[in-house]
Ligand binder design. Structure first.
Ligand SMILES: [Ca+2]
Ligand SMILES: [Ca+2]
Length: 230
């Protein structure tokens, strides 16, 4: 059975305190503040992650160890994983969010998004996303906005003010997305963008109690959301 191909690879890691940092996860500071790292789903005290790659069992186990866990063990006759196949919301958490996207990315409307909790300045955040093969996130509908908020909430349970890819640094009041897509959808808070002190040129989401958009000072350090096509 050495050549057994595992097409549904499910990794599990124990409580956060026992997790080891894998190379893909080391840059995320999520582990320090969240119960499960980004891309993992907490079920009954353990963190699970579906990996949509075909691997032999041994390679699958090695991959999970690299992420700080092991292949999933199931201890109940009706375990939450099996149960989730009939539960649309949990099924979405475990399967759909990684389907077609690299590990750690969440698929939303055909694109892959990733929340990085490490606070960086806007330009640093854009460079970070570029190193991951993407850009800071562009958002084109209220539905996408809500989906990204849900992704952040799954990761950290709160909606912190977060950089996305809008900027009017090139020309005041001309907002552009750093990924080159057209800037049409807008979710500004009341009174924003106000270009406070004539020096706010970068876009944050989850501003104020309304969790809407604000133009902010690009030098401020905030967590951010990256996007890539696949
Ligand atoms: Ca401005
Ligand atoms: Ca502002």
């Amino acid at each position: 059975m050495k050549m057994l191909t595992v097409c549904v690879l499910l990794c599990a890691m124990m409580a956060l305190a026992t997790a080891q940092s894998g190379p893909e996860e080391q840059t995320d500071l999520v582990k320090r503040t969240c119960r499960c790292p980004c891309g993992w789903t907490r079920i009954r005290g353990r963190c699970f992650r579906y990996i949509p790659y075909c691997k032999r069992w041994a390679d699958a186990e090695k991959y999970c160890r690299c992420l700080g866990g092991n292949l999933a063990s199931i201890h109940n006759r009706s375990p939450p994983i099996v149960k989730s196949q009939n539960d649309q919301s949990q099924k979405t958490d475990l399967v759909k969010k990684t389907c077609g996207c690299p590990c750690g990315w969440t698929r939303i409307y055909g694109r892959c998004f990733r929340y990085i909790s490490r606070p960086l300045r806007w330009a640093q955040a854009e460079k970070y996303c570029q190193r991951l093969g993407g850009n800071l996130a562009s958002i084109h509908s209220n539905w996408q906005y809500r989906s990204i908020q849900r992704m952040i909430k799954r990761a950290c349970h709160v909606l912190r003010e977060t950089w996305i890819g809008g900027s009017d640094a090139q020309e005041e009041k001309t907002w552009l997305w750093s990924d080159g897509t057209r800037f049409r959808f807008q979710k500004w808070c009341r009174g924003e963008p106000n270009n406070h002190l004539r020096s706010q040129h970068c876009l944050t989401m989850n501003h104020s109690a309304c969790k809407c958009w604000d133009d902010n000072h690009c030098w401020r350090r905030k967590p951010f959301v990256c996007v890539r096509r696949r």
